[in-house]
Design a protein around this ligand. Structure first.
Ligand SMILES: C[S@@+](CC[C@H](N)C(=O)[O-])C[C@H]1O[C@@H](n2cnc3c(N)ncnc32)[C@H](O)[C@@H]1O
Length: 290
């Protein structure tokens, strides 16, 4: 070490960046989740299919349990159980979602730390696996075992709802940005292996001051296809599987660089039994009837 003292700037604490002040769970919930729309969609589909209101929800892979809480807040007769392996995330959800909903709602939300394949709870009208979480199960027998457990956890006329994404861009590497009011949500598909459909994806957040939360969330998934998931649901004992596809609107006034009309999703999902064209990207709900 040299003896010369380095010239030092006055010790001022570094200015906190927007990234350092942000909470990744808050950003995730704002960017990715729409619990109100989910509750409406689930309630309507269940009532149509079963002719009675759905009262009990099981949210598998519940993370911060925002959906389970929104479900219970939507009707005083409703109860929910959220299941997740990650105790810290469940704790965050209790503090920021469940308890702030008020004692009356909180008393109807149960959170269980455990594996969705092993946790047994009071039977549900609807069990859901949102945001592709079941894609952590990469082998057919693993996914089938989960779907069998999901079916066992339902009432006799219960339904299972799972989200799936796909399309031409889903099997590629890419980075996609979406701007929200005060931050940018970045979805990165880092890798996709056509041999086994394994994919590594990340969520990053970026702020106006240039700071970022790099890899706030990372997922190691197998990207399942609709026919595979349908077959596994039937093998797991479900009687019927329906696919709900997002309706698109064609904007006649705007075209993309190839001169094709621009299509945008309406947020409305309708049952489809035939399609003759793939899309760049799509998101569907599969509904399996017990
Ligand atoms: C993509 S997040 C989903 C969060 C939330 N459900 C949503 O829709 O945004 C996946 C969650 O699944 C949980 N998880 C992964 N494997 C699990 C398992 N075998 N049993 C229970 N939870 C699991 C993780 O801890 C994580 O919180």
């Amino acid at each position: 070490m040299g003896s010369k003292k380095k010239h030092q700037k006055k010790d001022r604490p570094p200015k906190a960046t927007q990234a350092s002040r942000a909470d990744k769970h808050v950003l995730y919930q704002r960017a990715v989740q729409s619990p109100g729309a989910d509750v409406e969609f689930f309630s309507e589909r269940f009532e149509e299919m079963r002719g009675r209101p759905a009262l009990r929800l099981r949210e598998d892979f519940c993370g911060t349990a925002l959906l389970a809480t929104t479900w219970c807040a939507s009707d005083p007769r409703r109860t929910a159980v959220g299941v997740d392996l990650d105790g810290a995330t469940l704790g965050w959800g209790r503090e920021h979602n469940v308890d702030p909903a008020g004692a009356e709602v909180a008393a109807r939300v149960e959170l269980i730390e455990g594996d969705v394949r092993a946790v047994v709870a009071a039977p549900a009208d609807i069990t859901c696996a949102m945001n592709f979480s079941y894609c952590v199960f990469k082998r057919r027998d693993e996914l089938r075992a989960y779907l069998e457990a999901a079916r066992r956890g339902l009432r006799e006329d219960g339904i299972f709802i799972a989200e799936l994404y796909g399309g031409l861009e889903a099997i590629d590497v890419l980075e996609e940005e979406r701007e929200l009011d005060d931050f940018t949500y970045i979805w990165e598909q880092e890798s996709f292996n056509p041999l086994d459909h394994s994919t590594t994806c990340h969520i990053h957040f970026e702020f106006d001051d240039g700071s970022r939360i790099e890899r706030a969330f990372t997922y190691e998934w197998r990207l399942w296809t609709i026919p595979e998931l349908r077959e596994l649901l039937l093998e797991a004992g479900f009687r019927e599987v329906k696919v709900f596809w997002e309706e698109v609107e064609v904007d006649e006034d705007e075209v993309d660089e190839d001169g094709d009309a621009i299509m945008t999703g309406t947020g409305e999902y309708v049952e489809v039994t035939e399609l003759d064209e793939n899309q760049e990207s799509w998101l569907v709900y599969l509904i399996a009837l017990a």
